[in-house]
Each structure stands twice: as C-alpha cells, then as structure tokens.
Write a protein that binds this ligand. Structure first.
Ligand code: TXA
Ligand code: MG
Length: 347
C-alpha cells in the first residue's frame, strides 16, 4: 500500500484530485464535486453501501467515460441515483403498489429497483435493455451531491471491473487514480456490500442481487407477496452484471465450512502460501505472525460485511496463492456475504 501523502502527490500528477472529507470541508467538497458532475466529469463519492463512480445520468458522453474508467463491458447497465422521489417519474411511468410500499419503507437506502424505462432514458445507462435501475442513497454526502448537481447521477461501484467494489477512498485511488477527475474520500463505507437489487413482476418480488435489505426484511414488509432470489438463467440474464466474474482477489479463494487450520496445513504441504480470512471465532487457530485478516464477530454480520472487500483486497497486497475464508450462514445479511464470497471463489 502507498502512504497517503504519496497517493495525494500521485493523484495530483495524474490530474485526479482527492478531497478527504473532514467536518470543516464538506461545503468545499460538495461544490467541487457538483461542478465536476455538471461539467460532464467523473466523481468517486461515498455512499452507505460502497463508493460510487458517478457521472451526470442525463449526459451520454459523461456516462461513456464511466465504462472506460472501469474497463466495464458496455452491455452492463448502470444504477441511476436520485435525491427525491419526484425524479422517479422522469425515469419510469410504471411504479406498482408493491414498489411504492417498498420505496416508502426502504428509501433512502440500499435498495435498487429495476423499472421499465421511459423511452428517452439513454441506452448507455440501460445497457440496451428496456429497463432502468434506480436507487435513492441514504449517505448524507451522496444525497447532498445529488441535490447540488441538480441531475440524477449514474454510478456503478468505484472499482476496476471484476475487482471487489471500493469501500474506502484508498480502494478507489488504487483502481481509478488518473482515470477520474475527483475522488471524495469519506472513510469506510458503512454497509460494505452493494445495494439489494429487486425486480417486481406482478405480485412477485425477485431479488437479483442480495444486499443489506434482506429477503426477510422485504418479506416482512410485503407479507402477501412471494419474495425469491433469482436463480434460473433467464432471471439472472435480466441483470447483466451477474454474468461477469466479480469481487475477485488475485489469489484463488476457498470458502471453508470445516476446519480451516487443517485445510491450511494441506495446502502448505503442497507448497502453497496461504492467507486466512476469518471471524474472531476462528482467529485463535492461527498465530499472529501468519497472514490472517479478521473480519470481526461472527454474530455481527454487519461488521463482517463492512470489512469483507477490505479483506479480499488485503491479500492482493500480501502475495499468497490461496485465501481460505470462513463460511457464514446464508440467511439475513449472510446471504449477501456468501453470494460475494462464492462469486469471488468461482474462478
Ligand atoms: O450499492 C450499489 O448499488 C452501488 C452504489 C454506488 O450505489 N452501485 C453498484 O453498481 O453496485 P454496479 O454497477 O456495480 O452494480 C449494479 C448492478 C449490476 O449487477 C447491473 O447489472 C445491475 O445492477 N443493473 C443495473 N441496471 C440494470 C437493469 N436495467 N436491469 C437489470 N440489472 C441492472
Ligand atoms: Mg460493481
């Protein structure tokens, strides 16, 4: 890892400006960031889930720059972020009663809806689909930036395509320095995994991507509906991002539900260098000098998800051949965590 002063120097040379948010410079950061958005540039900004790489969602040329900066396939559509519910009617004519109830309950927050789009929503946003993804972020900086910019902001996660989403300003710098105009560093993302993505079809709610708005939370708020994870290929094809390899560290990742120490010994016998990602429950299996990243308490999945991408990126900087990661139960937020781990492990 580079030290922060080195980052700042490099960022300057590469024409990427970095503003670290403090209690006294929010005003300055907001006016700089909104200016970049309005002038068709790219801004990395914090949200409550992960960092976003944002551009004016009404400006096709600006949106195209996002794909270049990330190395993202052009058929992978982008989530539109809005600050007010009134902006939704500019993007879609069709909001069902179920969607309205979910919006009422979970916006602003980490829930993204796939709506049938209005004709003039740029094709570059929707990846050529007839739909548009929309979310209203809860993070105060993101919210205020949307208000100041005065336009919706199209923003995928702030990372090179295929890598774990950026959950700190340093992650965004690692991946996007020299490729964006401005990075707003607001510290660690509170949630740490991307928003839940849902598609409501008639009375059925399909979860295309698990997140911190869990299946259980959605079911509790709409008891009369069926809530399911999209499983079959047809459903998942409706969310193109799920086709690509994701969240992947450089080393091979294995998810371990059994004895982590035993598996480590086996791999070491084969001459492999092994990294460990585990909760406090397993940390005593390893000595402190070994390459171990501790996610937090197993009982606190919020803490585990917050640290997850940091852990995956950690082992890119500490060369190992294999990373062993503890397995988590797949309900509640555990579903989102395991979903990311499985994607990262399936090379
Ligand atoms: O938490 C988040 O959602 C973050 C922050 C920045 O808001 N954004 C994010 O964006 O994770 P991205 O682009 O990394 O992931 C968006 C996912 C992708 O899997 C994409 O395929 C899917 O949403 N998506 C976007 N538009 C869609 C559409 N019209 N239909 C189906 N899936 C869509
Ligand atoms: Mg992403």
């Amino acid at each position: 890892m580079l030290s922060l002063p080195t980052y700042i120097r490099l960022a300057k040379e590469m024409k990427t400006r970095l503003i670290e948010l403090t209690s006294s410079n929010t005003e300055h950061a907001l006016s700089e960031a909104s200016l970049v958005i309005k002038s068709g540039g790219l801004v990395v900004f914090p949200t409550e889930t992960v960092y976003g790489l944002g551009a004016d969602a009404t400006n096709e040329e600006a949106l195209k720059k996002i794909f270049v900066a990330k190395g993202r396939p052009s058929d992978n559509p982008i989530i539109v972020h809005i600050a007010n519910i009134s902006e939704l009617s500019k993007l879609t004519d069709e909001v069902s009663i179920i969607e309205s109830k979910l919006i009422e309950k979970f916006w602003p927050g980490p829930l993204t809806f796939i709506f049938n789009k209005k004709n003039f929503v740029p094709a570059v946003l929707s990846g050529g689909l007839e739909t548009v993804a929309v979310r209203m972020p809860a993070h105060p900086f993101a919210h205020e930036l949307l208000l100041r910019a005065g336009v919706p902001i199209g923003a995928p996660s702030a990372n090179t395509s295929g890598r774990p989403s950026g959950t700190t300003g340093a992650h965004a710098l690692d991946d996007l320095m020299g490729k964006v105009d401005l990075i707003i560093d607001g510290g660690s993302s509170e949630i740490g995994v991307e928003s839940t993505v849902v598609r409501v079809l008639d009375k059925k709610i399909l979860i295309l991507r698990a997140g911190s708005v869990t299946r259980e939370m959605i079911q509790d708020s709409i008891p009369e509906s069926e809530v399911d994870f999209a499983l079959d290929k047809k459903d998942l094809d409706a969310s193109p991002g799920t086709r690509y390899r994701h969240y992947a560290p450089n080393a091979r990742l294995e998810i371990i539900s059994g004895d982590m120490a035993l598996r480590k010994v086996e791999l070491e016998k084969e001459g492999k260098k092994v990294g460990i990602i585990c909760s406090n429950a397993n940390k005593d299996l390893f000595s402190p000098d070994e390459k171990v990243f501790i996610l937090g308490d197993r009982g606190d999945l919020g803490e585990i998800s917050k640290n997850l991408y940091q852990a995956l990126r950690y082992f890119d900087a500490h060369l190992v051949d294999v990373v062993l990661c503890e397995s988590f139960p797949e309900d509640g937020l555990g579903k989102a965590i395991m979903d990311r781990l499985k994607k990262a492990s399936n090379a």
